[in-house]
Design a protein around this ligand. Structure first.
Ligand SMILES: Cc1cc2nc3c(=O)[nH]c(=O)nc-3n(C[C@H](O)[C@H](O)[C@H](O)COP(=O)(O)OP(=O)(O)OC[C@H]3O[C@@H](n4cnc5c(N)ncnc54)[C@H](O)[C@@H]3O)c2cc1C
Length: 438
């Protein structure tokens, strides 16, 4: 399978890059390790600073990328090794078994209706919701194809009996695939800094201490509980605290850099909470508020006007009380300093961003000391990597918000177009084989 470009990672940056490259007439393969494209953006509630519904703005882009005639989409596909052909690359990957014949599945989800097994959904609901052993991953997943999890399935056969297209195949196996591409775009994104990094906040232990992404799910209209409720007892919280820089700007957890989005997503979430829980007290413990983008400072000021309580302080520790409430102990950084405590019903840790994948394991490319893709000419050519023909966009090179990820993806698409035209002018053969077929 030969392509002009392989885009690895189908979050918002990967989708944008793939569509912009395909619209220049090139044949693109878009590779995603999860069962649906969408990345973190499709799991968010609303986006700062416009407060657009995330699903509403992300789904059309997902659909465009998945249905583009010049983009071949491989989901649930793990890249194992990329070899340089100079020019071009060979990509060896494993297309994992979904136990469903993708081209025949119509996404009706009747299999999920009869499946007797429920288990925690760690990917799309961040452990707060449940899923069936076979189901379409979520309502607006792309592709709309059911996936069976063999670790939980009892192979009772109920799903196969009701499937109207006979597309469930319990014998399906992983498939090794080899792809060739003249250029590669890395859009592998980010992961939250691990919640267990800050031992003193007990995020992995206390269920009412949530990550930023978990709170996104509680706030989302199609979230796991349909409302903001405490995971321990289903109670509406009367007080919610945000702990800023809970995984960034902190040498002790190996993340000294600023993750750039945490201030703004915390401000956004507090405003959404004020709407969902009008009587709740919402407090943000922060060191600095970094509201650097267009309209961001005004957004922050609006939150203050809405009554969100901002306290300049460093949270020292969190202790769970017998009723599930949380005692937050903090050191004030103004008003003469000093240590104080506040009892809260729920705490959100504003965790930062770390690289989404170890790209240097699959490709012999430079990464920075934290594992983000190195961009040696960051000041004049921010999408160029240390390897000819390989480009990067989005949070794969450093923490970034959606606006910057999209802008960078389009810039990358332009760079890739220029690279390919110079390659083909020099007579490299793939253009004749691939581009003329389009
Ligand atoms: C709690 C929270 C709230 C946020 N709210 C906002 C907001 O309101 N507004 C805003 O502008 N920004 C927000 N952000 C930031 C936003 O999530 C990012 O800017 C955006 O998701 C970056 O997109 P991306 O495509 O670069 O990365 P990602 O969304 O991480 O997508 C990367 C994709 O690559 C895939 N992938 C990774 N490795 C591989 C591999 N080896 N092979 C194949 N596929 C791979 C992943 O599965 C994923 O689908 C928020 C972030 C957090 C943590």
């Amino acid at each position: 399978m030969k392509y002009n470009v392989a885009v690895i990672g189908a979050g918002i940056a990967g989708q944008q890059a793939a569509v912009d490259i395909a619209n220049q007439g090139y044949k693109v393969v878009l590779i995603e390790k999860e069962v649906s494209i969408g990345g973190k953006m499709i799991t968010l509630s609303k986006v700062f600073p416009t407060m657009d519904c995330c699903s509403c703005i992300a789904t059309p882009k997902m659909s465009e990328a998945a249905k583009h005639p010049d983009i071949d989409l491989f989901t649930f596909t793990v890249v194992n090794k990329i070899e340089e052909l100079k020019p071009g690359f060979t990509i060896k990957a494993t297309k994992k078994a979904k136990f469903v014949i993708e081209k025949d599945c119509i996404g009706c989800n009747r299999c999920a209706d009869v499946c007797p097994i429920d288990y925690p959904d760690e990917i799309w609901e961040h452990g707060l919701g449940v899923k069936k052993a076979i189901q379409v991953p979520f309502d607006n997943a792309m592709p709309q194809c059911a996936v069976l999890d063999p670790d939980y399935c009892t192979f009772c056969g109920a799903c196969a009996k009701v499937c109207p297209t006979d597309c469930i195949d319990y014998t399906q196996e992983d498939e090794e695939i080899v792809l060739e591409a003249d250029s590669i775009v890395l859009t592998t994104g980010y992961e939250h800094t691990p919640i267990e990094n800050k031992k003193e906040y007990h995020g992995e232990e206390y269920k009412n201490v949530l990550s930023g992404l978990q709170m996104e799910r509680l706030l989302a209209p199609h979230g796991p509980y349909g409302h903001v409720l405490r995971p321990t007892d289903g109670k509406e919280p009367w007080s919610v605290a945000y702990v800023q820089c809970a995984g960034s700007r902190d040498e002790s957890v190996g993340v000294p850099y600023c993750s750039r989005v945490c201030c703004m997503y915390a401000v956004k979430q507090t405003m959404l909470l004020a709407g969902k829980l009008p009587l709740a007290d919402v407090t943000v413990f922060y060191m600095d508020i970094r509201a650097f983008g267009k309209g961001y400072e005004e957004f922050y000021q609006e939150a203050k006007i809405m009554g969100i309580n901002f306290i300049k302080a460093k949270v020292a520790k969190i202790k769970e009380l017998p009723n599930g409430n949380l005692m937050v102990r903090y050191e004030k950084m103004e008003e003469g300093g000093g240590v104080d405590e506040m009892e809260m019903e729920m705490v959100v840790l504003s965790l930062g961003m770390m690289p989404g994948t170890e790209v240097n394991r699959m490709l012999d490319i430079d990464v920075d000391e934290y594992g983000f893709v190195e961009t040696p000419k960051a000041n004049i050519d921010p999408t160029v990597t240390s390897m000819e023909g390989v480009y990067v966009a989005g949070a794969a090179s450093n923490p970034k918000d959606i606006v910057d990820a999209i802008a960078e993806a389009s810039a990358t698409a332009m760079k890739v177009g220029l690279y390919l035209s110079s390659l083909y002018t020099k007579g490299h053969a793939t253009e004749a084989k691939v581009k003329e077929e389009i």
